[in-house]
Design a protein around this ligand. Structure first.
Ligand code: ADP
Length: 463
């Protein structure tokens, strides 16, 4: 827009340059006709040695706005007789004009494009601008010069140029404003799209949609495809969740029956040899592991579909800890030590929780502590309390967790590099633990050091 306007304005200025800089063109031509005749007569007639008639003609034609003079072939000048007091101004003007025409073009306020290459612009001592050029060349080599006062035209040209510059700046500002509005209308939706794409999670898939206020057509199409993609992902995710929930549920019951039969077989297996008993124990342990995994999957699927139900109420945490330790000890071949605060002797210590889910969390952490610790190293459980929080810690002296794995251990399906070498697992246990603890209004974190051990802290609101 700015370039177009500049080109149009420059072109208009160029084609109007004659009207701007030669306002008295016609009068000047008339005067030039008779002067040129007089000049040709004087130079062409060898008997005409007196230049007085030509000088008279020059004086008659010259006035304040236009001055004529003759330059003979030998370089001598014939000037009109100056009016009293203007002698200095006239000779200075002519002197400047002759000097300007004998020098090469210099970059001044007007370019040759505007005034022509055979013309020069000079100023008299009082600051009037004159356009000077040769009007006529006689066959003998003499030249008729004119200095035309174009001060008014120059002033008008200058004011037009100033006006043009003003309009140009206005156009530039308007163009910049238009560009910035247009850019914002395109860029803002793209930023929104980026923000939404970065923040969308499996939980927010179904409710995430890009809403734009009167976007440009192309951006609206992009937003439409993005929203369509989110819808398809949400549908696929919900079908997958449904499938996992269904399969886990269907597999859990037969597995429980199998594990019940296995336990009975082990109890009544007096007639089995040690090799068979070991096979039974391994089968039972694997069945237990698969059942745990299915339970975890079921919990995750329930939580995602909003069906994880918890009946929260005051729970005697010290009693749940004691029960969990008793249950775990029957499976462990290492010491499991429980430390309760002295207040426990005076009566149960209550937290807001659900007994079964809290027990599930504790067993899960104890199982991990056992899984990731060398044989024989003890596991410590500790309960402490302050004004409104109860803190349960599960500490082992096991392999520890690498620093870079610590922030990710509660992520679904994440398995630390320590675990991959040591034990089989699904990477689901801790994500379910976190899910349950948070559903009870609590929090969980871990501190750990490779080769030293890990300590998980569960904080629950006191009841
Ligand atoms: P899994 O044990 O099936 O791999 P979890 O979700 O229970 O999955 O644990 C996630 C990861 O956290 C484990 O793979 C392991 O790297 C690390 N981890 C959990 N508990 C312990 C622990 N007590 N000691 C060392 N690393 C642990």
């Amino acid at each position: 827009m700015v370039l177009g306007f500049t080109a149009a304005a420059a072109f208009t200025l160029f084609i109007n340059r004659d009207g701007l800089l030669h306002p008295q063109h016609d009068g000047e031509r008339l005067a030039a006709g008779s002067l040129a005749d007089a000049l040709d007569r004087l130079v062409g007639d060898p008997s005409a040695t007196d230049s007085a008639p030509l000088r008279e003609e020059l004086e008659r034609r010259s006035d304040r706005e236009r001055v004529f003079w003759v330059q003979h072939a030998d370089g001598s000048l014939l000037l009109p007789r100056p009016v009293a007091g203007e002698g200095m101004a006239l000779s200075s003007l002519v002197g400047q004009a002759m000097a300007a025409h004998s020098s090469a073009w210099s970059v001044r306020s007007f370019s040759p494009l505007l005034i022509g290459t055979d013309r020069r612009l000079v100023k008299d001592p009082v600051g009037n601008s004159y356009l000077t050029y040769t009007l006529h060349r006689s066959p003998g080599g003499s030249r008729l010069w004119v200095a035309e006062d174009i001060s008014t035209s120059v002033a008008s040209l200058r004011s037009r140029l100033l006006g043009l510059a003003g309009v140009w700046i206005l156009c530039l500002v308007l163009t910049l404003v238009a560009i910035s509005i247009l850019t914002r209308r395109i860029v803002q939706p793209l930023k929104d799209l980026h923000r939404l794409a970065a923040s969308v999670t499996s939980a927010s898939l179904a409710s995430s949609h890009l809403k734009l206020d009167r976007p440009p057509l192309e951006v609206a199409e992009l937003a439409g495809s993005f929203n369509g993609l989110l819808d398809r992902l949400a549908l696929a995710w919900s079908q997958q969740r449904h499938f996992v929930g269904l399969v886990s549920h269907e597999l859990r019951n037969p597995l429980m029956i199998i594990s019940g039969y296995l336990r009975r077989l082990q109890r009544r297996g007096q007639n089995l040899d040690p090799e068979q008993m070991r096979a039974l124990a391994t089968t039972e342990a694997e069945t237990h592991r698969i059942t745990r995994m299915l339970n975890d999957l079921l919990d995750l699927s329930r939580s995602e579909s909003g069906q994880l139900q918890m009946v929260l109420g005051p729970v005697a945490v010290d009693e749940v800890l004691t029960t969990a330790c008793d249950l775990a000890r029957s499976q462990l071949s290492r010491p499991l030590l429980l430390t309760l605060p002295k207040e426990a002797a005076e009566g149960p210590i209550h937290a807001v929780a659900e007994t079964d889910r809290l027990q599930q969390v504790l067993l899960n952490l104890i199982e991990n502590a056992d899984k990731y610790s060398p044989p024989g190293r003890p596991i410590h459980l500790n309960l402490s309390q302050d004004a409104d929080t109860l803190c349960i810690s599960v500490q082992d002296q096991g392999i520890g967790i690498a620093l870079e794995d610590i922030p990710k251990v509660f992520d679904r399906f994440h398995r630390g590099r320590n675990a991959i070498e040591h034990e089989r697992g699904s990477g689901l246990g801790l994500s379910v633990v976190k899910l349950l603890v948070e559903a009870m209004g609590g929090s969980i974190d871990v501190e750990s050091e490779i080769g030293v051990g890990s300590r998980f802290h569960i904080r629950l609101p006191a009841a």
